[in-house]
Design a protein around this ligand. Structure first.
Ligand SMILES: [Zn+2]
Ligand SMILES: [Zn+2]
Ligand SMILES: [Zn+2]
Length: 317
């Protein structure tokens, strides 16, 4: 059964896409003004949206595509697919009333393009500029614990396969567009990510400066006022009592005959047992298991991007 075509208000026609999504088949873009996803298999929907984004025909990659609010709860389990970020968002019960000017702007933009225009695989910059221009949107980062570095540009990254490649190539595309004055950028945040795989899922912990292991114990220091002796709490305990190992006096009241000036780390590695005040910090990448020091991490600045005048004239040439 072919996917249904409906006439919605304001003379906008919509094709409900279901079977073609399962087959990952792109329908004839001339059949309807907009596409509405009518398929609840999130993975298939994602694959289909990615195919649209990568498609060289502007009638396809610029097509207004909506998800249905009714299916939102089904997609919710698959947050990492970023479905909403890969299309024009949700509509409720086929009501496009408040989206009409948005849709009209896109349709006019597409209609006025040179009909013979088509893009090679490599012309991602121009395709990106056209898309964001037609949506009147900035290229904004999307923050999510499901993404590799924690900050992603889902639509840009959808051009590429593989998390690390998508990250690296997507950032390279944005950077070069910025350097070539197609994009202006606005600083948002700074993040530290794995030097090898760009993951932001990192575990920071103290390490022994001698043997580099991280199974450490924190020990409280005791300072005996009377004789000025300083040692770890353990060395004062004798049964129930605290006795100073230097002067043999009993310690009774914190703040009166002794205080706790700080703490030291004790290495629980039996071959090391080093006691020290300043540990090293080690960073373990949970994604690729690489160990690194904080200074080895990649530091990344996160930006939102706006199209420049140069970008807009590039779109119309
Ligand atoms: Zn050690
Ligand atoms: Zn003492
Ligand atoms: Zn890593």
């Amino acid at each position: 059964m072919p996917d249904k075509i409906l006439n919605l208000e304001n003379g906008i026609s919509a094709q409900l896409l279901d079977n073609c999504i399962d087959r990952n088949e792109i329908p004839d873009a001339d059949n309807a003004d907009i596409w509405i996803i009518n398929n609840d298999k999130a993975w298939n929907v994602r694959k289909f949206l990615v195919s649209l984004i990568r498609h060289p025909d502007p009638k396809v990659f610029l097509k207004p595509v909506f998800l249905q609010k009714d299916l939102k709860k089904v997609y919710k389990e698959y947050k990492n697919y970023n479905l909403k970020q890969l299309c024009d968002g949700y509509i409720k019960e086929l009501d496009i009333q408040n989206k009409v000017p948005y849709i009209r702007f896109i349709l006019n933009f597409v209609k006025n393009l040179n009909p013979s225009i088509s893009f090679s695989e490599d012309d991602l910059l121009k395709r990106t500029l056209m898309y964001y221009y037609s949506r009147n949107k900035d290229i904004e980062f999307y923050e999510s614990s499901e993404s590799l570095s924690g900050y992603s540009y889902p639509r840009i990254e959808a051009y590429y396969d593989g998390a690390t490649e998508s990250y690296a190539n997507g950032r390279a595309l944005l950077n070069s567009a910025y350097k070539n004055d197609f994009l202006r950028r606005n600083y948002v945040d700074t993040s530290h990510i794995c030097k090898k795989c760009y993951s932001g899922f990192l575990n920071y912990r103290e390490e022994c400066p001698q043997c580099k292991q991280h199974n450490l114990q924190v020990r409280v220091l005791i300072h005996h006022f009377r004789c000025a002796y300083v040692a770890t709490e353990q060395s004062f305990w004798q049964g129930e009592k605290m006795i100073c190992p230097k002067c043999s006096m009993e310690l009774k009241n914190l703040g009166v005959d002794y205080d706790k000036p700080g703490k030291v780390f004790y290495c629980l590695n039996d071959l090391c047992k080093h006691e020290f005040q300043k540990p090293l910090i080690g960073v373990h990448c949970i994604n690729c298991k690489t160990e690194q020091t904080p200074s080895e991490l990649n530091m990344e600045k996160i930006y939102n991007y706006e199209l420049t005048k140069k970008a807009i004239s590039e779109i119309f040439t």
